[in-house]
Design a protein. Structure first.
Length: 530
């Protein structure tokens, strides 16, 4: 935490320096030489009005583009709204079929039509990412902005004690608020959308928001998550848990559990991908001082070719997103529940109570990623194997290791408390059965049915309902890579080859007519979700 606090402090200082020292970028449409103004004054009134009207339109458009990312111009907002897919009723089979067919528009519409308030943020993250895969960058960027806003609202409303209470009842009772790495990815994809649309000014506005608010919000989320895990651990010392253990012990049951997963202190401190994109956003805007300062602060590798372009040359940076992010799993999946025998003294018999401990795990060997590398070929004959910027499976792994210990504690709590209730009901039913055995046959049969139902509940109540919380956004990329070319000014095409482990192309994509100007950085983003 000391390191995080230090980084946050440095980021705030840098932000203030940026604000104090950076000269605002001039709007070319607003630059009017004195000679031009004098000539206009001499022209007839009608002609002057016509020329003024022609010049006002681009000036207004440029002024609108200079607004921060959160204040999109009305026209762009209208276009984004019209580009957003309509809602459809969610259907598991239709969703799977549409996804396999690459019909991401239908998938997005179904996710938006789910209406699952508890998991709304998770579903929106997937919908926003699927819109990106469908190359609907305007709607995707707008969606990620709105989804991040919902994330922060959820964080502000987060109460650790209430969340622990819900999680003690059921592992997935918590409202999904988004993991730390998903917050970074939401901001990264906003940048990717802006850069894909060549909205360098919007990307710069996103970075201005980052230095002002994002780091503080991440700190708030991290602190509340730590409080949640601490209260989960403390639940095992609570009066409710202690009483439940005593009741089981009195009934002749001694529950034992597997060893807990190791408690992890590792944190997702920052996103290498976001730091790289942030450097690009400043550079593409022409703000090379900020780009260099940002790259230095977050130690972005190989930033010099981006921030120090040789005289007479331009820079083309290709960002390549590949695959789908790795998925967490339930450690209890496929494992048999552990049986503990509960004696029923009045009947001189025992029946089983079942325990099952569930928490998330991440196994790299279970992940199916087809794309192992990316190659970029420029139309002038130059080629480069893309350098890996970030593997997001690592982010999932860190998040899983952070949460496994707390999930284990809550699972133990549920097993003990719920089984103590089941044991009491079974013993009570056994006593009733014993008392009915000397009565008429009908009463004895009814008591036997009640008892059998209680036994059945004991055998299934805990084990069948105990599930790890493995919720996450599933449509983010698996990897982000980069390839760069310092070239003479001109227009270029770039072919992007997404390669498997044997070097065979899984898919090839081409981006055409990329204009590279002297002293400037041109950015293009390519993606392959296979």
């Amino acid at each position: 935490m000391k390191r995080v606090s230090k980084l946050f402090a440095v980021a705030i200082v840098m932000a203030s320096l940026f604000t104090a020292n950076a000269a605002p970028k001039k709007d070319k449409a607003a630059e009017k030489p004195a000679v031009e103004e004098a000539e206009k004054a001499e022209k007839p009134k009608k002609e002057k009005k016509e020329k003024k009207a022609k010049k006002e339109k681009p000036a207004k458009e440029n002024a609108a583009k200079e607004k921060p990312a959160k204040e999109k111009p009305a026209k762009a907002a209208k276009e984004a709204k019209s580009a957003s897919p309509k809602k459809m009723k969610f259907d598991d089979e239709k969703y799977a079929a549409s996804f396999d067919a690459g019909d991401y528009g239908a998938c997005t519409a179904m996710l938006l039509g789910k209406g699952d308030r508890k998991n709304e943020i998770r579903d929106l993250l997937d919908a926003d990412m699927l819109m990106y895969h469908a190359q609907n960058y305007l709607a995707s960027g707008k969606g990620f902005l709105e989804t991040y806003g919902k994330m922060q609202q959820a964080t502000s409303a987060f109460n650790a004690s209430d969340e622990v209470k819900s999680a003690k009842s059921n592992g997935n009772n918590r409202k999904y608020t988004g993991a730390e790495y998903e917050r970074y990815l939401a901001w990264s994809m906003r940048l990717a959308c802006a850069l894909s649309l060549k909205q360098d000014d919007v990307a710069k506005g996103i970075m201005n928001d980052y230095t002002g608010t994002f780091m503080q919000e991440i700190q708030e989320l991290r602190a509340k998550n730590e409080q949640f895990e601490a209260e989960s651990e403390a639940a095992l010392s609570s009066e409710e848990f202690t009483d439940a253990k005593e009741k089981l012990s009195t009934s002749g049951v001694d529950l034992s559990f597997v060893e807990p997963p190791k408690k992890s202190d590792k944190k997702y401190e920052t996103s290498k991908f976001f730091n790289y994109l942030g450097t690009l956003a400043y550079a593409a805007y022409g703000d090379f001082d900020h780009a260099q300062d940002f790259a230095n602060l977050y130690k972005v590798p190989d930033a010099k070719p981006i921030t120090n372009i040789p005289a007479g040359k331009g820079r083309l940076e290709l960002v390549a997103l590949s695959g789908m992010i790795g998925k967490r799993a339930d450690v209890s999946e496929g494992k048999e529940a552990h049986a503990v025998m509960l004696p029923i003294p009045v009947l001189n018999r025992t029946i089983p109570l079942y325990t099952k401990i569930a928490y998330p795990i991440f196994n790299p060997n279970d992940q199916k990623h087809n794309i192992k590398s990316v190659r970029a070929i420029l139309s002038n004959g130059e080629s480069a194997t893309a350098t890996l910027v970030e593997d997001f499976d690592e982010a999932v792994k860190i998040d899983v290791e952070q949460k496994a210990y707390g999930d284990y504690n809550r699972s133990v709590f549920r097993n003990v408390v719920k089984n103590s209730v089941v044991a009491a009901s079974v013993i009570a039913a056994g006593i009733a059965l014993n008392q009915a055995s000397g009565k008429n046959a009908l009463a004895a049969l009814a008591a036997q049915i009640v008892f059998d139902n209680a036994v059945n509940a004991a055998a299934n109540a805990v084990a069948n309902k105990e599930r790890a919380d493995i919720r996450q956004g599933l449509c983010f990329p698996n990897r982000a890579s980069r390839a760069g070319f310092t070239v003479a000014p001109g227009t270029y095409n770039v072919t992007v080859e997404y390669l498997d482990a044997a070097g065979k192309a899984v898919e090839t994509k081409t981006i055409e007519n990329i204009e590279v100007n002297a002293g400037q950085v041109s950015v293009r983003v390519s993606s392959c979700e296979k």
